[in-house]
Design a protein around this ligand. Sequence first.
Ligand code: PAF
Length: 295
Amino acid sequence: MNILILGPGAVGSLWATKFKLVGHHVSLWGRTSKSELSLQLDDAPLTTYSNQSITSVQEADLILITVKAWQVESAIEPLLPYISEDTIVMLMHNGMGTAPLIEAKLANNPIVIATTTHGAYKPSKQQVLHTGHGYTQLGGFNAKGAQCDFLAEVMNHALPEVHWNPNINGALWTKLAINCAINPLTAIHQCKNGELAANEFAIELANITHELVEVMNKEEIKVDFDALHATIMQVVNATAANYSSMRQDVFHRRRTEIDFITGYLLQTTEKHQISTPENTKLYQRIKQIEQSWTE
Ligand code: PAF
């Protein structure tokens, strides 16, 4: 397949190198205007990709968007005039709420949403490290996207495991809940994920989880407190030594994904006219931290 990776950060570079290894024709669209970029996955040899090539947009069978949620709209903008209606557009990032923004611009394209638990880290522009083996779920966002289940096999060949999930919304909400619980708290307290297992966070985490269950149930995602709490604590323990992406963003004073994580939850809360004070408090605190950088 002709695959274009829009946003060759850590996750985008991981997929680019994995797709190339199994023989796909892979191009990148990064921020730099260099016509070629090179990537090295772990100890594998360096591989080279065309960058910002209009032809690669026109010929793409799949555009995989791996920029952060808040960058999706502006990142796709320069490509819009060249994207064919047959090109599958796939979103892969933390948070929710970007698919309707893409649909508004590319109404006739198949749109697929992906969520992945693979860990990747880019210590330099060329190097990408596959730091944690995870799995990926895909599902259609619109009717044309729902017909793209063959992609699970294609992607599974490059970087297993990949599953097609007809109920991708449930998977996205579970991931959103994990991010709502872990990311703001670790960013505010500047701690590793594992530190959230300490007693001092028990009540706060339970309150956050109760609110998440209420909102998810309103969205017709069937989940109870014990199951969601266990899932969140399982991720806390499995990623105990890691710094969450939001903790890293705050540490480096980069804009966080809060608007598409807790912000998306609060929009949904408002829609159902319920209140989620614990999550609102976390949202406001992260916003305050971001604003303090510009003052
Ligand atoms: O955003 C992150 O850092 C990750 O999604 C997760 C699962 C919280 C692990 O750090």
